[in-house]
Design a protein around this ligand. Structure first.
Ligand code: ZN
Length: 369
């Protein structure tokens, strides 16, 4: 058995987020074109997994399709009906920039099901950890509407499924996608059994969410940890946040399972954000969270793909992540950053101040050094 699993389905690349999104934004003034969430970016990652030889060294796992009942663990029936109806006709927007194409409903069920299958495969000890190349993505989707390319919230459904089927009491959902995971936050805002930690570009999207002051409500106070980082943060700033905030909180929470919303849109070359993480930075994120999973929960770790919009660079960032999870280094080298390293490896004072501001908000609930 290989210790790392990989989940995808060909149909994940067929979800047509297509020309509709740009048409909405441009008002029809320019030719239709794929906007942002392009299936080719994800397909190119899958292709690099194969060309590098890494795919052959992992355990391939087929995703199960989520049932309507599974989706209702989080989403309102009226919203599910809306996605299904759009999918059966000619598509449209299921919320705020959540484009449904023809047939997208079934693909979204398979995407959420892929996240659930990933959970089952680590809980049943088939593999130690899993990367699920889920598409459409999920972390912006709220109970009542889709948003930001996300139809059903894959990680929320997977976490709720983990509690229901495997009786878990403490789950960590870590979200390093550059945008705030507002849908995941909504799901667990009053829940002390699911710790949600989101690292994101400050006030990028959604601009009114993800503030450090938003620490949870009721029983959930202290179990919602927003880490808004300033535009331009690179590897050093992110790793500072991981070491100063994520590590001590996770050590105190002691999760039984870790699920990651892995969006590689904090990359240096992403067109939809302004951060400066390199493939080596993502490698360090993955090594860091893999070590925490080894320390607290026998390595049980599920990564679900979210955003990441640089068709050139996402494959390298995502490959580095799977290399770190599996402990297998391929001979693929990243030359994109040749000569650019100093900037991304510098911790700037305003980045350290942003991390300190989060510690001040959370020090009522957790101990820090
Ligand atoms: Zn994103």
């Amino acid at each position: 058995m290989n210790k790392t699993g990989f989940i995808y389905d060909e149909s994940y690349f067929w979800h047509d987020n297509g020309s509709g999104a740009l048409h909405l934004l441009s008002g029809g003034y320019v030719q239709s074109h794929v906007y942002g969430e392009d299936p080719e970016t994800k397909r190119r990652f899958k292709n690099l997994m194969e060309v590098s030889g890494l795919m052959r060294q992992l355990t391939s796992i087929a995703p199960q399709r989520a049932t309507r009942e599974d989706i209702e663990l989080f989403h309102l029936p009226s919203y599910i009906d809306k996605v299904k109806a759009l999918s059966e006709k000619n598509g449209g927007d299921a919320g705020r920039m959540a484009i449904v194409g023809r047939g997208s409903y079934e693909i979204a069920l398979l995407s959420a099901g892929g996240a659930m299958t990933a959970v089952d495969s680590v809980m049943d000890n088939e593999v130690r950890n899993v990367y699920a190349l889920t598409r459409p993505p999920g972390h912006h989707a709220e109970a009542q509407e889709g948003m930001g390319f996300c139809l059903f919230n894959n990680v929320v459904i997977a976490a709720k499924h983990a509690k229901r089927k495997h009786n878990l009491e403490r789950i960590l959902v870590l979200d390093w996608d550059v945008h705030h995971g507002n849908g995941t936050e909504q799901a667990f805002y009053e829940d002390d059994s699911t710790l949600f930690i989101s690292l994101h570009q400050d006030r990028l999207f959604p601009s009114d969410r993800g503030y450090a002051e938003h620490v949870g409500e009721g029983n959930g106070k202290g179990y919602n940890v927003n880490i808004p980082l300033p535009a331009g943060t690179g590897n050093a700033g992110y790793m500072h946040a991981f070491e100063k905030i994520v590590a001590p909180i996770v050590d105190q929470f002691k999760p039984e399972l870790i699920i990651v919303s892995a969006g590689q849109d904090a990359s240096f070359f992403d067109p939809l954000a302004r951060m400066m993480v390199t493939s080596d930075g993502f490698r360090r994120f993955a090594a860091f969270i893999t070590a925490l999973a080894d320390k607290h929960c026998e390595g049980r770790l599920v990564l679900c793909h979210e955003g990441g919009y640089s068709a050139a660079y996402v494959p390298f960032c995502s490959l580095a992540i799977v290399e770190a999870m599996s402990g297998i280094k391929t001979d693929v080298e990243d030359h994109f950053m040749d000569g650019l390293g100093v900037l991304v490896e510098t911790l700037f004072p305003h980045e350290a101040a942003a991390v300190q501001a989060v510690i001040e908000q959370q020090s009522k609930y957790w101990k820090f050094e």
